[in-house]
Write a protein that binds this ligand. Structure first.
Ligand code: GDG
Length: 489
């Protein structure tokens, strides 16, 4: 896979979590592998190369793991082993780094979520959080990477992940000028102008930090273009749009897109599991004739409220569907320590309740909102939907769009936002919507429910083929290929 190198994966989260023993529920302590394709993909890389994982200790269970070794040799309950080096920032630094700067400030800029007439207000507290939180934690992480790189007998190859760690590549490069670094950004990279919300010193530090890498990866071609434009317009750097390179401090930085995907084999196997069968049986006891599904974290970017408003519009226009259709919103609670997120969940619940009050009759409830965190239930939903609504305001990729249709057993139709990263690959076979337009979304939901069987099947098959041929292994393989071709690793 890779030559003689020591891969170092750097991410905010470790690839595993410690679930503490619970005497009340009589459950033992468990070390559980993190969910999602990223952990799966990087885990296979880590397992095959003895990679080291550098992560930030976020809470007490992480700190317990950190105390088990430095780096800790950890084996999850499914038998996968990891070497994890935790950095341990002070809790107040972590809070500023994670809950003030990364979420919401950067997340909101990168998903265009700020209501700019009112927010954000940038002040001394923002600069303090940047310096004492974000920069400080990034420096701790970078120092740890440097120490591990120096201790390695093989040349290190550093893979940094995401928006919490933008400064790490530059900080590592400052200490190890020749090290090979790749940084992958999982969320959208917005237009240059969106970044001007931040003071110049902060927004330039973000881009310069990233340019410490040799290769910067994004999900879509649009993200790549926006990043190149940001380098040119906001920092005045020399950019080659055809080669997709930036010249920075005497080096060439390559910028490429690698659409993240799912572990197709693993996911389909998981979807056949006993726990999913039990969830599906439960679902069949209440499923309506026609099921609309959405599965999302309760994040503002996911656009859950407008999804309900579109469904309301559809019910207003199509009385014949009353009693026959139900919209199941299966939602995972997210970032509830941030005010905007708590308020958003409140709006989600109250809008759904309002629609249910307006239309419920004869035992029929139009919307079923369920807030929980059980993957098997999401998979049961994926198998059973007739229409899957994926309408984010903006989204880096959106894996639900890829997983949902792949697991579905009914040739279900997907209604997909043109602003989801997955739209670049799957848009031709979904029903495309502008996520702000509830009339258009209502119409698409209706078309999806009414589509004839051959058309449904043709679309579902094309989506499945696309996902199968570009799965998570390809995501990794393309990056490794570029590291070999461009950087001669
Ligand atoms: C970020 C970016 C990008 C579903 N129900 C449960 C559950 N899921 C799984 C889904 C899916 C994952 O969670 C959600 O992934 P998404 O990609 O849809 O969204 P984000 O969480 O916002 O992810 C995104 C991604 O990073 C990867 O680069 O695609 O754009 O925002 O796999 O099936 N997971 C658990 N419990 C559930 O009940 N644990």
């Amino acid at each position: 896979m890779l030559g003689d190198v020591q891969p170092i994966v750097v991410a905010n989260r470790a690839p595993l979590t410690l679930e503490l023993a619970d005497a009340y529920r009589n459950t033992p302590e468990r070390l559980v592998r993190g969910a999602g394709g990223l952990v799966t993909a990087l885990s296979s890389l880590a397992a095959s190369t003895r990679a080291l994982w550098v992560a930030v200790a976020r809470d007490d269970p992480d700190r317990i793991l950190a105390a088990r070794g430095d780096p800790a040799e950890l084996v999850t309950d499914d038998g996968t082993s990891y070497r994890v080096a935790f950095v341990q920032p002070r809790p107040d630094s972590y809070e500023l780094y994670y809950n003030t700067i990364s979420n919401p400030l950067l997340w909101f800029i990168q998903h265009y979520l700020w209501d700019l007439a009112r927010e954000p207000i940038v002040d001394t507290a923002t600069r303090h959080a940047w310096q004492e939180g974000y920069v400080r934690v990034n420096q701790l992480v970078a120092d740890r990477v440097v120490a591990e790189a120096k201790a390695s007998s093989q040349p290190p190859l550093v893979f940094v992940q995401d928006y919490q760690l933008y400064c790490v590549p530059g900080m590592v490069r400052a200490q190890l000028p020749d090290v090979r670094i790749q940084h992958f950004v999982h969320i959208p990279w917005p237009t240059p102008m969106s970044w001007t919300v931040l003071p110049k010193q902060i927004r330039d530090a973000i881009v310069q930090g990233l340019l410490g890498a040799d290769l910067v990866g994004f999900q879509t071609r649009r993200d790549v273009r926006n990043f190149l434009l940001t380098c040119e317009e906001n920092l005045g750097l020399t950019v080659d749009f055809r080669e997709r390179t930036v010249f920075f401090e005497g080096r060439v930085v390559w910028v490429r897109n690698y659409p993240i995907s799912v572990d197709v084999g693993g996911l389909l196997q998981q979807a056949e599991g006993e726990d999913v069968r039990i969830e599906e049986e439960r679902l069949l006891t209440w499923r309506p004739e026609k099921l609309i599904l959405r599965v999302d974290r309760t994040d503002l970017s996911k656009n859950i409220v407008r999804g309900f408003l579109a469904y309301e519009r559809m019910l207003e226009d199509h009385h014949e569907l009353h009693g026959a259709v139900q919209f199941w919103a299966y939602l995972q609670p997210s970032r509830q320590d941030i005010d905007d997120y708590r308020a958003y969940l409140g709006s989600v619940l109250s809008v759904a309740a309002g629609i249910n009050r307006k239309f419920s009759s004869g035992g029929w409830t139009p919307i079923r909102v369920e807030i929980d965190d059980v993957m098997a239930r999401a998979l049961a939903g994926y198998r059973q939907f007739d229409v899957l609504l994926v309408n984010p305001i903006y989204d880096g990729m959106n894996l639900v769009a890829k997983e949902g249709v792949l697991c579905n057993r009914r040739d279900g139709v997907m209604v997909l936002s043109e602003n989801a990263g997955s739209h670049e690959e799957l848009g031709d076979f979904a029903l495309t919507v502008n996520p702000f337009d509830i009339d258009e979304t209502a119409e698409a939901l209706y078309l999806g429910l009414m589509m004839d069987a051959p058309q449904k099947r043709a679309r579902a098959e094309r989506i499945c083929e696309t996902v199968r041929s570009a799965d998570i292994n390809r995501w990794i393989a393309l990056q490794l290929q570029d590291l070999r071709d461009l950087l001669k690793v």
